[in-house]
Design a protein around this ligand. Structure first.
Ligand SMILES: [Zn+2]
Length: 286
């Protein structure tokens, strides 16, 4: 299942967005043939992109890039403004031993030296680009730091991907922000609760609904439902026409190089979904 819901807790003084992205992350795992650690790292970023998409206006798009110094290479994720995300990782087959606590070593795969970029295209002339140094490469902490430093938004971010031998068992996350009238006691209550609640994947794996999850996280069973029925998807919008357009932008020399050795067609692969397209020389000439 994949679904996002938004609630207000503590009589409207705290905002919480809860997401389940199991199907979405499984689709990404299959398309990119991701290793378990690549599934966990990429899945966390895809989940965050889906959550962030509910905080922006209509057709705005977001690109997230995580450039760490770990063996997974760069992680790129794009939200297209239509509840659809897509992306790719540098090294989809990266394999690392589990950490001492038995958890997948996402921080080790991403690396803690590097940067997190968020590029927001509001369809105006200028794009908004936010950047912060990574904290741990574990993704959720890096986004918490990003929001605090780059968007002046103190928040709580939790992201989790549970992988078993069949693929993605559960994936999801939550994002909490304070409304301007939040009280000191609200923050204390929330912090106290966050220390004792299960992880995102534990909650999803025990079949909690998103509302039950939000109730557990906040300790408030009088939530106000703000937004429902958002179904985020992993979807690529590539087409042969788009690839032909890209080849057309190259110089004549470069196009000739593509077709050297007398080949009459070239093969292109979409990096977002691994779909292959064969482009004939005639199609470019046209
Ligand atoms: Zn594609």
């Amino acid at each position: 299942m994949s679904e996002i819901k938004k609630y207000l807790a503590y009589e409207g003084r705290i905002n919480i967005i809860c997401a389940e992205t199991t199907d979405l992350v499984e689709e990404a795992r299959k398309l990119h043939d991701l290793s378990p650690v690549a599934t966990a790292a990429f899945g966390r970023v895809l989940t965050m992109a889906s959550i962030m998409s509910t905080r922006i206006k209509g057709d705005e798009s977001i690109t997230i890039q995580i450039k760490g110094n770990g063996p997974i290479g760069n992680i790129t994720c794009v939200y297209n403004g239509l509840n659809e995300v897509k992306g790719f990782v540098g090294n989809p087959t990266v394999d690392l031993p589990l950490k001492e606590n038995g958890k997948i070593d996402v921080g080790g795969a991403v690396g803690k030296d590097g940067f997190l970029y968020v590029i927001r295209d509001m369809k105006l002339k200028e794009q908004y680009v936010g950047v912060t140094p990574l904290l741990s490469g574990e993704i959720a902490e890096d986004f918490t730091k990003y929001f605090a430093e780059s968007e002046q938004t103190p928040c709580v971010v939790a992201l989790g991907v549970l992988v078993d031998k069949n693929g993605v068992k559960k994936a999801g996350g939550y994002f909490i922000t304070l409304m301007p009238d939040a009280k000191e006691e609200d923050i204390e209550k929330l912090e106290k609760n966050l220390k004792v609640i299960p992880s995102v994947t534990e909650m999803l794996d025990s079949n909690k609904t998103l509302q039950e999850m939000a109730e557990t996280i906040t300790g408030d069973d009088n939530l106000m439902v703000m937004l429902g029925d958002i179904i985020p998807k992993y979807k690529c919008d590539c087409s042969k026409e788009r690839f032909i357009k890209n080849v057309e932008k190259l110089s004549k020399d470069d196009i000739d190089k593509l077709y050297e050795n007398g080949d009459t067609e070239i093969e292109t692969v979409c990096q977002f979904c691994n779909k292959k397209y064969h482009i004939k020389r005639d199609e470019i000439k046209k």
